[in-house]
Design a protein around this ligand. Structure first.
Ligand SMILES: CC(C)(COP(=O)(O)OP(=O)(O)OC[C@H]1O[C@@H](n2cnc3c(N)ncnc32)[C@H](O)[C@@H]1OP(=O)(O)O)[C@@H](O)C(=O)NCCC(=O)NCCS
Length: 439
């Protein structure tokens, strides 16, 4: 039974998932994981969570690998494991091991998703899982003079076939093998299957479960968001990335550039990462975002004219407080801007108050570029700058945009909640509403 406190925690937690449930229903996710995730301690709970997503109406494709299981088969048969240029050299004997290992991992996943014991999260589950000949493969060929034999790459995905199964409410399982029109079987890289499938079926999300919690910087800190360009630079420089991340990141970047809505890299070595990533505001892994014509960056002195052109009409309409050109020049380092095709189309500034508080001010997006997500990107940028400066509470004063901030986690406050220094200059005639967010 719940005591009063845990009952109220449960209720508010459950309610907080509603926006995500609404957002995800009917969306298509491809979830990709290697054989290690299936032999690890969280395979069972991963199946619970995949089943939960499917029950919530997410159209789910699971792409699995089987590297450790193939290695095990090879060891048992006394065969050598040979890899070249990132692909397994797959002769006929190795292919037999691949078929055995992949077949057994597939059956294991099918079994995990078919549980229904009364005291588990899968009680009453009625979701069907299907596999099939959805992947046409072609041989990798000869690389550096090495004949890769039955090592293959994806030639085509039967997107209509996969979509038809998803439309029936089935979970589609894709293995790391494919067939060629000549009737041969090829050993594929799971991450390439996942990438090609996510692109072919126009998935809303591609999620890689990896051996590390996400992409980290050289200091081991998790990067919660990376553009495709930044991820590519990192791949060239970073020798600290885990083996899975090394393999998955190039596929994540290509998928992102080919139109897959969001690509996530999260860990499989902890329980519930899939739910935490999907149902919490900040997530627990790394998201790769596509870059476009816009550049989000800190402002420079030569941006002043562009900034004035952007904010002057908003000052005149009363949406923003007036700032002189001189003030902008002095405070330019506090601004972040969005540049679109060499024009400043968005800006926001961060003003610290003491050590732990800061104001988000002068946030504006050019009317022609509204609803492109620039406002949201600027807010994230300012939050990142604030966090890096040790700020714990970000506040904003607004007359016209209260709801925009409320929808992004800000909570209405009173004058008494402002830092004293700000309270003293609060414009009583303007009667701005005060909002704050804990970072
Ligand atoms: C607020 C502002 C920065 C948002 O910029 P943006 O780039 O359009 O924002 P995003 O694209 O990230 O978000 C767009 C969403 O916010 C909604 N939105 C825009 N203005 C809003 C407002 N005043 N109240 C509530 N929601 C608002 C849009 O309808 C859209 O949601 P939808 O697609 O679900 O309909 C921009 O509207 C602006 O410059 N406003 C005038 C300046 C201002 O008031 N600044 C705040 C004072 S610091």
């Amino acid at each position: 039974m719940f005591d009063a406190q845990s009952a109220s925690q449960f209720v508010s937690l459950f309610r907080s998932t509603a926006p995500y449930i609404n957002l995800f229903r009917g969306k298509t996710f491809v979830i990709a994981f290697g054989g290690k995730a299936i032999s690890g301690p969280f395979a069972r709970t991963l199946a619970y969570d995949a089943n939960l997503l499917a029950a919530l109406g997410v159209r789910l494709v699971l792409a699995h690998g089987a590297r450790p299981q193939i290695e095990e088969e090879l060891r048992e048969k006394g065969l050598e494991s040979r890899v070249h240029a990132g692909y397994r050299i797959t002769d006929a004997a190795t292919l037999d091991c691949v078929i055995d290992a992949v077949g057994s991992v597939y059956l294991e996943i099918e079994a995990l998703l078919s549980q229904g014991l009364p005291d588990t999260p899968m009680a009453n589950s009625r979701i069907r899982v299907v596999g099939g000949n959805f992947i046409t493969a072609k041989p990798v060929g000869v690389i550096d003079g090495v004949d890769m034999q039955y090592a293959g790459t994806v030639r085509k995905i039967d997107a209509d076939g996969v979509r038809a199964q998803l439309g029936l409410g089935n979970i589609v399982i894709l293995s790391c093998t494919g067939q060629s029109p000549t009737g041969e079987i090829f050993n594929l890289a799971m991450e390439e299957v996942a990438e090609a499938t996510a692109i072919a079926i126009n998935a809303d999300k591609l999620i890689f479960l990896s051996d590390s919690p996400g992409v980290t910087d050289s200091g081991g800190r998790l990067l919660d968001e990376l553009t495709a360009d930044a991820a590519e630079r990192l791949m060239r420089e970073a020798d600290w990335l885990s083996p899975d991340i090394r393999r998955y990141l190039p596929c994540a970047v290509r998928a992102s550039r080919s139109g897959v809505g969001r690509v996530h890299l999260i860990g499989f070595n902890e329980d519930g990462t899939l739910l935490l990533e999907l149902f919490s505001r900040d997530g627990v892994g790394t998201i790769i975002t596509r870059e476009s014509l816009e550049i989000l960056r800190d402002a420079r002195p030569d941006d002043i004219s562009g900034l004035v052109a952007l904010i002057q009409p908003l000052e005149e309409s009363g949406a923003l407080v007036r700032r002189s050109r001189e003030l902008l020049e002095r405070e330019i380092s506090r601004f972040s801007v969005v540049e679109h095709d060499a024009m400043i189309v968005g800006c926001a500034a961060l003003y610290p108050y003491g050590n732990e508080q800061a104001e988000l001010a002068c946030m504006a997006v050019h009317p022609h570029y509204r609803r492109w997500g620039y406002g949201e990107q600027l807010l994230k940028r300012i939050e990142t700058r604030a966090r890096a400066a040790g700020v714990r509470r970000l506040f904003v004063l607004t007359t016209l945009t209260a709801h925009w901030f409320r929808e992004r986690g800000f909570v209405e406050k009173t004058l008494a909640d402002l830092p004293e220094e700000k309270r003293l200059v609060y414009n009583l005639q303007r009667r701005s509403k005060i909002f704050a967010k804990t970072l």
